[in-house]
Design a protein around this ligand. Structure first.
Ligand code: H79
Length: 651
């Protein structure tokens, strides 16, 4: 059953279940069947007003079908709907409005909850299916169904006032939801309801149902865009500045960046989560800064290492989840200048050196804070570390966080962008993203906003990043599998298994493995942001240095197949990937033992194939069925055999 099928069935069930007098009765379920049909048990969902609970649907022949769990999941995960198809399927039977209202309603809620752009909201993607999010999804669906089932004569009543009423009722019900989301949704629903009622009015007659259906569809779309364009509670559509678009391209061309995790936690040599891992108290953790004195820190040497590795940008932790500012912040004294014997601002030194050496500098900034009491209510990583059990969330975001971001974007010259992390700690919270993103874009329009929230991109964001995964992969279970087709992509990874300095972690990836990750990232149209965790004395351990230099040596030879390229045109596979630039395709053979490599068809005519390492010709056959390459034998020590294809036209 496709999602569209599911949707049709829901529309049908909902319409039939209210028994609207202008609806084809069809051969849907009887009341008894409907009553029996609810099987998706959850304590939060009260009974259906008509006796049954929610979730039952019927198929085309009236055979009752219970919505299976996997359909439910797909519904939540994909929620794809195709307006044209709905129109085609529902219009002849006057069934559009209800099905479509359902979609719209879900869209509106989804939009509020996730601050998504219109296309994102119309095509919501994967959310975690357990815990509070799932509970929330179920609750939302419940409210939706309840409202839908109580609307009479759906095709006529698709009007702003009905939607307004629905939203008001939903607001009342949401306010009983025992989560922060409930409260937020309640508030938003209420303000939307009142806004809508005054803004749009739509009268439709019973005799004009077909037109009504079409008008309803248009109305819904119009409302959707209206909502998205800054009216009511929704955000203005983000239009990136020309310099931002240019920065995105430069970012994509750069392909390889250095991630740096460095903070007072480095002193303990146990990673950047040590505060949380050891469940330290504030008093205990507050002692750490006095041991942080990186006398060997040398900004020039760090940047020179990044350059030797072939990296084009650096993303450094301006503050991690411990909230400790590694820069001179006036917003609080929880910072390197005021709390450590070092007393200086390493970010300033790095920024100056980056500008001198032509490297872009990005600031990692954790929105999650384990130290500031105003980070309240706390998130999923909360433990009792001695903070007061009260705080001012708005003050945390508007004064503290935005205050520090203002400093970072004002005092350090041109900044590549801000790399946000930690929002996943409070997925339901209102993070004031619109405000924060607007502040960043106002201060430095070219600065890229790179959020590591593990969800699909939201308005105002400029890059989609994937933590320890290639785009679309979700190996650790926290990345989204949605991949933006518009935004630049980035994959972040570690050289050993740690981000912050970890004295006991010797699981270093080999230089070949690192090259392979870089190549696979490029072939997947993404940058690689490769991490080092410098030591507390300011030095970078030799294991990292040696590996980075190896990758740099490889890049000095094969960089043309990486820098400035885009992924494709052929899909990545276990065998390897392709990258492209102008009329060139680079076939990166990463894991292929046989002498012949058969690939899918390439759209343009290939005029020449050479082995990039020595320029020798490569035999190939191109036909409508695909492309066959005779791969030079592996010497066993090269991470990548690259075949350069020259094409008649650009790809
Ligand atoms: O800075 C590095 C890490 O410290 C930070 N991001 C990188 C770049 C990071 N913090 N957490 N994570 C990465 C992994 C997040 C795991 C999560 Fe969960 C799974 C968040 C929510 C679900 C585990 C379970 C952590 C909190 C609950």
């Amino acid at each position: 059953m496709t999602l569209v099928d599911l949707l049709k069935n829901v529309g049908r069930q909902s319409i039939e279940s209210v028994g609207g007098d202008n609806i084809e009765s069809g051969d849907g379920p009887s009341d008894d069947e409907f009553r029996e049909s609810e099987q998706i048990g959850n304590g939060h969902r009260p009974d259906h007003p008509r006796g049954g609970k929610l979730g039952g649907i019927s198929d085309q022949n009236g055979k009752r079908e219970i919505m299976r769990e996997e359909d439910e999941k797909r519904w939540n995960d994909e929620c794809l709907f195709d307006c044209d198809q709905i129109l085609e399927d529902f219009a002849p039977r006057n069934r559009i409005p209800f099905g479509f209202m359902w979609c719209l309603y879900r869209f509106v809620l989804s939009r509020i909850r996730h601050n998504r752009s219109v296309p994102e909201a119309l095509y919501p993607t994967h959310e975690p299916q357990s815990g509070r999010s799932a509970e929330r999804a179920i609750f939302t669906r419940h409210v939706l169904f309840t409202r839908m089932a109580s609307v009479k004569n759906p095709p006529i009543e698709i009007s702003a006032s009905v939607l307004g009423t629905m939203l008001s009722s939903a607001a009342a019900e949401m306010s009983q939801c025992p989560t922060e989301t409930g409260t937020n949704l309640s508030r938003h629903s209420e303000s939307m309801a009142s806004g809508l009622e005054t803004r749009i009015h739509c009268e439709m007659t019973k005799s004009d149902q077909r037109t009504a259906s079409l008008r309803a569809l248009r109305l819904c779309l119009a409302m959707a865009f209206l909502l998205a364009s800054g009216h009511g509670v929704c955000q203005t559509i983000y239009t990136p500045a020309p310099e931002n678009l240019k920065a995105r391209q430069e970012f994509q061309d750069a392909k390889f960046g250095m991630f740096i995790h460095w903070g007072v936690y480095s002193v303990l040599g146990d990673g950047e989560w040590v505060f949380h891992e050891r469940k330290l108290t504030l008093d205990e953790y507050n002692r750490l800064p006095s041991f942080f004195d990186p006398e060997k820190f040398d900004a020039k040497a760090w940047i020179a290492l990044a350059k030797a590795a072939g990296m084009k940008y650096i993303t450094i932790t301006s503050r991690h989840h411990d909230g400790f500012a590694m820069f001179d912040s006036k917003v609080s004294d929880w910072n390197i200048v005021q709390r450590t014997p070092y007393k200086r601002d390493p970010l300033k030194m790095l920024a100056e050196e980056c500008h001198r050496q032509g490297i872009k500098l990005f600031f990692y900034y954790s929105q999650l804070d384990w130290h500031n009491p105003d980070y309240y209510p706390r998130g999923i990583t909360n433990w009792d570390n001695g903070r007061l059990n009260r705080g001012d969330w708005n003050r945390y975001l508007d004064d503290y966080m935005d205050g520090q971001l203002r400093e970072l974007l004002t005092n350090y010259g041109e900044v590549g962008g801000i790399w946000f992390d930690g929002m996943w700690d409070k997925p339901d919270a209102d993070w004031h993203l619109e405000k924060t993103y607007a502040l960043i874009h106002k201060l430095q329009p070219a600065a890229l906003i790179i959020p590591n929230h593990h969800q699909s991109p939201k308005p105002g964001e400029d890059v989609q990043t994937f933590e320890r995964d290639l785009p679309g992969q979700n190996s650790a279970g926290f990345n989204t599998s949605y991949v933006s087709a518009q935004l630049p992509l980035e994959s972040s990874d570690t050289i050993n298994d740690s981000w912050g300095f970890n004295i006991g972690d010797s699981k270093y990836k080999s230089p070949s493995e690192l090259v392979s990750r870089l190549v696979r990232s490029a072939g997947n149209n993404a940058n690689l942001l490769l991490n080092i965790g410098p030591m507390p004395n300011g030095e970078i351990q030799e294991e990292f240095v040696a590996r980075l230099r190896s990758v740099g040596q490889w890049l000095s030879k094969y960089g043309e197949s990486i820098y400035g390229t885009r992924g494709g045109p052929l899909p990545p596979g276990d065998w390897g990937v392709t990258t492209r630039k102008e009329n060139k395709i680079y076939v990166h053979v990463l894991n292929w033992a046989a002498p012949l490599l058969a690939l899918p068809p390439v759209q343009t005519r290939i005029t020449r194939a050479v082995f990039l390492s020595n320029g020798s010709s490569i035999e190939f056959t191109q036909s409508a069925n695909g492309l066959i390459l005779k791969v030079p034998p592996s010497t066993g020590d090269e991470p990548d055999r690259i075949i350069l294809l020259t094409c008649r036209e650009a790809n």
